[in-house]
Design a protein around this ligand. Sequence first.
Ligand code: MG
Length: 256
Amino acid sequence: MVTIKSEKEIKLMKEACRITGLVYQEMEKIIKPGMSTMELDQFADKLIRANGGIPAQKGYPSGMKGVPPFPATLCISINDEVIHGIPSPKKRIENGDVVSIDLVVYKDGFHGDAARTFIVGEGSPEAKRLVEITKQAFFEGIKYAVKGNRIGDISHAIGEFVEKNGYNVVREFQGHGIGREMHEDPGIPNYGKAGRGIRLEPGMTLAVEPMVIAGKRDIYQDYDGWTILTEDGSLAAHYENTILITEKEPEILTLV
Ligand code: MG
């Protein structure tokens, strides 16, 4: 179901989203080579709780038999890992790594969802370009996130931009409506035809999230039942914000 948020609900959404953005702002300052992904996870967990929030991905059901719920606060996916990587004390971030982080904060009944990709230490020019194009793809997409347009307009703009730059979008995962539930309707693919899908209305809150692969778009799932990787081992990046559709330009709620 697509939900239209009231002013009161939007106010609550904004607070969950503010915390999400804040965590990235602080993580960017401390992430460095040698750190384990679990250290980063614990840092984020503490900061969220200090702000009265709850990490919403922790305990999220896998939906697959025999696969336990997601065990951590952050999804941390490095280099050829696309999304849903599981933090571990054994997994260390190395110089030049492309580190994609996804985080959902829950507070007072509502969710804020955002993803960032950090290049830790000295990244290669290829890595820098991939991360920049992925971020830009989000901004290209949300140019169309205005009242009266359709979801397909956002999807089309993202897909076109990414492919024009020689990369591929992940097709098996997509952005989504967000609010009281982490995942609400509509789904927001990162490719597709303009003019398709539901019409955008003020009060809709959407998580728009290009997932971009430098090589071929094929992916596979690790034995852990969560981590998604690129089939050809090429780099992947992820950039996401929760946005609010308004009477004018969209408002980005998870950028602080
Ligand atoms: Mg997310």
